[in-house]
Design a binder for this molecule. Sequence first.
Ligand code: BGC
Length: 765
Amino acid sequence: MIAPSVALGLVALARAVVASNQTIDELYFYGMSPPVYPTPNGSGIGKWATAYSKAKALVGQMTLDEKVNLTAGVSVSNGCSGNIPGIARLGFPGMCLSDAGNGLRNTDYVNAYASGISVGASWNRELAFDRGWYMGREFKTKGVNIALGPVVGPLGRVAEGGRNWEGFANDPYLCGALAYETVTAMQSAGVATSVKHFIAYEQETDRNPSGDVASVSSNLDDRTMHELYMWPFQDTVHAGATNIMCSYNRINGSHACQNSKTINGLLKEENGFQGFVVTDWGGQHSGVASALAGLDMAMPNSDFFWGANLTAAVQNGTVPESRVTDMVTRIIASWYQLHQDVDFPEPGIGMPSSLLEDHTVVNARNKAAAETLYRGAVEGHVLVKNTNNALPLSNDAALLSLFGYAATAQTEQGPLANVSFSFGSGGIAVQNYTMITGGGSGANSPAYISTPFDAITNACIDKGCSLYWDFESAEPSADPDSSACLVFVNAYATEGFNRPNLHDDYTDAIILSVAATCNNTIVVFQNAGVRLVDTFVDHENITAIVFSHLPGQDSGRALAALLWGEENFSGKLPYSVAKNETDYGVTLAPSEGEGAFVDWPQSNFTEGLYIDYRLFDKSDITPRYEFGFGLSYTTFEFRNLSLAASTTASTAEYPTGAVAEGGQTDLWDLLYQVTATVINTGLVDGAEVAQLYIGIPNAPVKQLRGFAKPQLMAGESAVVNFALTRRDLSIWNINAQKWQLQSGTYNIYVGSSSSDLPLSLTFSL
Ligand code: BGC
């Protein structure tokens, strides 16, 4: 329920919003978290039947104390982020939970995969799946039952958000599609995924209570909740996710881990979620309220809320024992669902550091993952500017001059150094060196780091080129004889803090200083989010700009292969790069507590559905580089758009199916199939991301609802298919509390980015 002081604020806010012409429908449910009780019991629907019957049998043998013990973490110094104790008499060994969604951290003999933002930039479902599979194997071999990832919240509402890079994209469709693959793959490797952070966790400022100041409340309406923030979580529930992590923030006034509307309502009732909900670390703020709102597990410990107090609450009748039984049934069913009862190492056995296996086994596992690690690094690169044929570099380039602070690794590095695990300004070391991941609990542990400097040195050994470098000067000058000058800089972000800016003067000065004397200046950003470029983009000596994102341990060698054209760029921006900070409007920076709300910080999502390209479309703002944009060394054409309606699926206004994992079953019915032909019209091989956007009546003018990435040889063409489901074509009707097909004209657009959409057609419902 919403706190009275907050409700007053929302009334004032609602008036302001009415004045800006929003409809009553859009206001309805704005800032409201209606109560939803009781918690729906996990029932073993769909593929969960066997796991639930086994879980019920095991849980049926537990005493109340034993059940309560499974609902909260215990302190064990084994390197896991969290531990659930075992019950020896019943043969339950306990569970280890560890970070995170881009690779396992704080341990050795594992790999640093490309981060979420790079996978988002790849727009490659197969890559997302393969990466999930190989990561899952590493978690399993270390005895980590539950991987604390992937991230789909933050979605990326706030351009300066500190954790946007951990997730895939700030479009819910792209984010959800890649998260679906990740969850499916990691769980098929036998590891549970903790999809996080649920929900509307869009800023680091005030993410947790501090002193007298509460955690920030994300205030939003029900339609925006469904169409933006819930969408990717829904995809992961549909994929069979066994675990969801509730977030630190409040939602419409109630803490995320005791919000009955989001946990009981959205997740367990509407989306048929069969797994369990765990708190973010220290994210529990009540005992009885969180139990009744649907929380199932508290981490890293029971604090003063659960443990003996939960037992007492059951004994005095405040919390029904059936709720505790449901918590534990959900936890144990998830364990059975992934066959961890028969095929899993001792929990946490390989954490924090040990080489338990034969060296040949470890090396064979790493070699099997090598191609995926490399492809993740390659495909996350996005080329946004390339003039005068600056790239690919010629094999005849004689002198390459290298600048910037991000070309080399720091001097001490090793599998356990986990260099990027640093919060805030403590992350200077990473900020000033090459950046393969962002900071905080999402940072991963590299087996090695291939730096840009190392990889370019190796290339010059092969090709005979010479190198000049200056990685120290704040205002370096280049030898005008250079064939090309490469400037390696970054845009850092970490958990715990939002980014202070979307560009910084120190870095811009390095770039402009090199460009002053070098007429072929190529700028390479390792970037954990949006990085503005308007301070230098039109400089005639700046011929190319690359966003590397966060490539993981294969960063340098992926970049070198792209620079010399041994690989082609195929990444596309998973966000829009604006010309100015102000273009992002209220979605630029985190909300701060202010005035009367200083103790109760509020973040009002008054922009509703209009973030990123939806916002720019609505406000008629031309971005510098639009969502979905990225150049290639070849060219593509799109032709032959066609649409085929399903002959069997119903197009009734509302779905009628029973609720299964991911919502009503017919939400996933295929209503239309769209096809188009993509032709590689250039001279080299390459992959194109074909993108489908829809203008749904009564919705933003266009929203991504399909993508495909064919690899095409020069001259080759392929037909791409986009499957449009009932959900893809619906909006969330807040009055009916259902997804609703609209009557009217739907516009379909297909092309190479959100602004370059040469093909279109319409159909009506
Ligand atoms: C982070 C989570 C993480 C957890 C455990 C929290 O501070 O928000 O993403 O999984 O710590 O390390």
